[in-house]
Write a protein that binds this ligand. Structure first.
Ligand code: CA
Length: 302
């Protein structure tokens, strides 16, 4: 049985106060119907961007209460499949993106899928469908779904696609999982502030690791793990990603901090997630040969 969450059930902030729209047990399959990052408000290239209701952007579908999840645990989310509409939107606007100071005109483009590729004018771009927003409720307060943090959120990680396992720290009972903001394809950095924003459906299986939680969300990418750190600046995000990676490697390999630091310099790849959201995101990718998942999930200092 699949628990289906319709796209009418959306939130605009991650919060312990959000009422769950469904309950799932570890092992259950959940299908989230998702809206695009603009809430479906841009249907043509003629839509004036001034007409967008910015309080209805970055919706995430949910939240789902996962039975047995308690603060201090880790929620496991296997992204089994991503289905998507064949029409996406991308936009630019002055004040946004990596080149925020450029005097540019606000502009939207509608991009279409054609035979497994995204058309951009006469160019064809290979699809790499991914989930931009995935997260749980923080311990307190409300975090807008356009932002990110230890709870996940708008992380915009280009490699968070089909077949990836996501580990999220649990802060409240039931975890309160929500997701949305699918991209048909996005480069690391998401430089112009948006990607190929699309509506769709995400099929996941939920699970739990009890009594252990990571400092930051972690991805299992098959041959390697990725720690998803964030910060006010790219430097701060890189510092935190590196620190978490070195601590996990030291534990897994039973090395001094100094030796683990040196080993990390040889085998860890720091990559940019995005530079355009409220916090910058950097991921530390570590080949599985050098680190155990338990040490990635249990390095958080309580
Ligand atoms: Ca996003």
């Amino acid at each position: 049985m699949v628990i289906r969450i319709p796209s009418s059930k959306v939130i605009y902030s991650f919060s312990p106060g959000n009422k769950p729209v469904a309950r799932a047990k570890p092992g259950d399959l959940v299908l989230f119907e998702t809206l695009d990052a603009l809430g479906g408000q841009v249907k043509s290239e003629d839509t004036p961007l001034e007409s967008i209701d910015w309080s209805r952007v970055n919706p995430a579908t949910g939240p789902v209460y996962v039975e047995g999840a308690e603060p201090g645990d880790t929620l496991v989310v296997d992204v089994l499949d991503i289905a998507y509409s064949d029409t996406a939107v991308i936009l630019v606007a002055p004040g946004y993106g990596a080149l925020y100071d450029k005097k540019i005109r606000p502009r939207a483009r509608i991009l279409r899928v054609d035979d497994g590729f995204l058309r951009f004018g006469s160019l064809r771009i290979k699809l790499r469908p991914m989930v931009g927003v995935i997260g749980v409720a923080p311990a307190e307060g409300e975090v807008p779904t356009g932002s990110l943090g230890e709870h996940g959120g708008n992380m915009d990680v280009s490699v968070l696609g089909r077949g990836v396992r996501v580990y999220l720290p649990v802060f409240v009972e039931g975890a309160l999982l929500a997701l949305g903001d699918l991209h048909l394809v996005q480069g690391d950095g998401e430089v112009c502030v948006s990607a190929a924003e699309v509506s769709g459906e995400v099929l996941v299986r939920v699970g739990l690791v009890k009594k252990c939680r990571p400092r930051f969300p972690v991805l299992d990418l098959g041959d390697r793990y990725a720690i998803l750190a964030y910060g006010e600046t790219l430097d701060e995000a890189a510092y935190r990603a590196t620190e978490a990676a070195v601590e996990a490697i030291a534990k897994s390999q039973n090395l001094s901090f100094e030796d683990a630091y040196m080993l990390a310099s040889l085998i860890v790849d720091l990559k940019i997630n995005q530079v355009v959201d409220p916090y910058k995101g950097v991921r530390a990718e570590i080949p599985k040969d050098y680190v155990k998942i338990r040490d990635l999930l249990c390095t958080h200092k309580h």
